[in-house]
Design a protein around this ligand. Structure first.
Ligand code: NAD
Length: 325
């Protein structure tokens, strides 16, 4: 297939682009490089530098070749920041994605794959299924839910087929491709900055949540497993007009457990400082991924947190400054 892939200079998009190329697909990356790196775009992908907010450039890019599908990874990703600067997120995600969805249709492309998120759900003590109550607690999650709803209406009105993949926390790395967010806001790379000598300690935001050790619990999915699900979903769109799947391991780890595992992997004491809760954090977000396992036969190859953290640690050790090293 010929794929138009937004956000392919970022963490997840660049690894998805690589796996698509390795599976024999053609890939055109569309990315503004606002938070991504040209060096992350895999060899063999075409690259168009452009902003999704620039409708003209986007339509020209989409109309230049006959694409079979759009895979949409480009977005700002900081839930905490979305509660301080909501407009930045509604613009970058809701408005830009609506532009993209409409331009996809105008270019005659009928398949669309969206990077969605666990943040569309209400927090729950139980693993979240696709039927669990929706209820984003931050603007980041709200925008993703609205993009899913736009896709649903485009399916009904125009026959656009879509997959919305609701990621729990993407983590880990390949030996030469990994997480390089600036600033970093994700727990595993932040924790690993301590043994790398880039920060003195790790902050724990909130120790009074209703969880066994008082800290937030999250589900971590290895980047390779996340990307393999995209390839399955892309193929399955030939037979389905709508696919919504959770992507996670089904196991939750508290902030304290992640820090302890990182101590074990790195052999560093990693001092932790306990501080106040942050706005917009759900206490417990863990996936039930039974639906994609049953319907598409997806299985994670790297389900254990220790292996996920080990792969991230190897990447950060060999690339301490991300794609700049
Ligand atoms: N990382 C996670 O754990 C996680 C969890 C749930 C969902 N997601 C979603 O996955 C997607 C990818 O996340 P990531 O971690 O790879 O983020 P990232 O910041 O590494 O990559 C995002 C890419 O999008 C590009 N971009 C942003 N705005 C753009 C615009 N207006 N026009 C063109 N390009 C633009 C950036 O330059 C960057 O290369 C996002 O949609 C995110 O919401 C990520």
């Amino acid at each position: 297939m010929n794929i138009f892939l937004t956000g392919g200079a970022g963490y997840i998009g660049s690894i998805a682009a690589r796996k698509l190329l390795e599976s024999g697909h053609q890939v055109t990356v569309f990315d503004s490089l606002v938070t991504g790196y040209k060096e992350a775009i895999p060899e063999g992908a075409s690259f168009i530098q452009g902003d999704l907010g620039d409708k003209k450039t986007l339509q020209t890019a989409l109309g230049g070749t006959q694409f079979d599908a759009v895979m949409h990874f480009a977005a700002f990703i900081e839930a905490g920041e979305s509660m301080v600067k909501p407009q930045k997120y509604y613009q970058n995600k809701l408005i830009n994605s609506t532009n993209l969805i409409d331009s996809t249709l105008k270019a005659g492309i009928k398949h669309f794959v969206l990077s969605s998120t666990a943040a569309v759900y209400q927090s729950s003590d139980e693993p979240l299924s696709e039927e669990s109550p929706l209820g984003p607690v931050n603007v980041y999650g709200h925008t993703k839910l609205m993009i899913e709803q736009v896709l649903e209406f485009y399916k009904e009105i125009h026959g656009l087929r879509y997959a919305a993949l609701r990621y729990f926390n993407a983590a880990g790395a390949l030996p030469d491709q990994g997480e390089a967010h600036q600033p970093e806001s994700h727990l595993i790379p932040l924790v690993l900055q301590v043994p790398l000598g880039k920060r003195e300690n790790i902050k724990i935001f909130g120790t009074d949540y209703p969880t066994p050790d008082g800290t937030c619990i999250r589900d971590y999915i290895h980047i390779s497993d996340l990307v393999s699900a995209h390839l399955l979903a892309l193929n399955a769109l030939d037979d389905h007009d709508k696919l919504i799947y959770n992507l996670g391991n089904g196991k939750g780890y508290s902030v304290r457990e992640v820090i302890n595992t990182a101590r074990e992997v790195t052999g560093h004491p990693i001092p932790a400082i306990e501080t106040e809760r942050r706005s917009g954090d759900s206490p417990h977000l863990v996936a039930s991924s039974d639906k994609i396992r049953t319907e598409l036969g997806w299985e994670p190859d790297i389900p254990e947190i220790i292996d996920i953290i080990q792969s991230a640690w190897s990447w950060h050790q060999s690339h301490p400054d991300g794609y700049k090293s």
